[in-house]
Write a protein that binds this ligand. Structure first.
Ligand SMILES: [Fe+2]
Length: 194
């Protein structure tokens, strides 16, 4: 769902359905996986998820210098994280180095810019989306993107991420250079970008 409004708090769906997942149940699914889940399967989990603030409050932790990555669950096949962003914080332009990634916007308004490789090796933007609470966006293996909290000062953003398999390297790109950097987990675990 692409939206242009600026709702800042997730509003639980009014009508409960039998296939709704709690965050704890989703963490159990991640912990008990027997194979790497597909992009569409992760999107289905996220579309069934009811992210109640009392369930995710302990992972809703921000950092002042960079966006914060808070691990919820990890197995050999996937990981689930809550990322918390102050206004202005953003990722580098990146791909996921062989993992698929799905994002659920929990609070705030997410800006996602998609990039493509230009013939000279640089990257150039070709599309920008804005996602409101409840929005789900997925990045397949070759996709290059940047996630940003471009809301005004004081407007926080909270996102839920699932990577499959767990991220081991973040390849980062620049519109001004053809150089591709390879950030290992020890470097980006605390929050890459600014
Ligand atoms: Fe990403």
């Amino acid at each position: 769902m692409r939206v242009t409004d600026t709702k800042t708090v997730y509003e639980p769906r009014a009508i409960a359905t039998t296939d709704e997942l709690t965050l704890g149940e989703l963490a159990e699914i991640i912990n008990n996986l027997k194979a790497v889940p597909k992009l569409d399967e992760i999107k289905q989990w996220f579309s069934s998820l009811l992210p109640r603030q009392r369930d995710y409050e302990s992972y809703r932790v921000f950092a002042s210098r960079k966006y914060a990555r808070n691990l919820i669950a990890r197995s050999s096949f996937a990981e689930l994280l809550m990322l918390c962003w102050r206004s202005g914080q953003r990722t580098p332009i990146h791909d996921h180095g062989g993992s698929v990634g799905v994002v659920l916007l929990v609070e705030g308004l997410l800006t996602e810019t998609m990039y493509e490789r230009a013939p000279e090796g640089y990257v150039r933007p070709y599309n920008t989306f804005r996602w409101g609470a409840g929005g789900i966006t997925g990045a397949d293996v070759p996709d290059i993107h940047q996630l940003l909290n471009l809301q005004p000062p004081g407007r926080d953003m909270v996102t839920l991420h699932c990577y499959a398999p767990p991220l081991s390297v973040l390849n980062t790109y620049s519109p001004r250079s053809s150089r591709v950097r390879h950030w290992r987990e020890g470097y980006f675990a605390g929050g890459a970008g600014i």
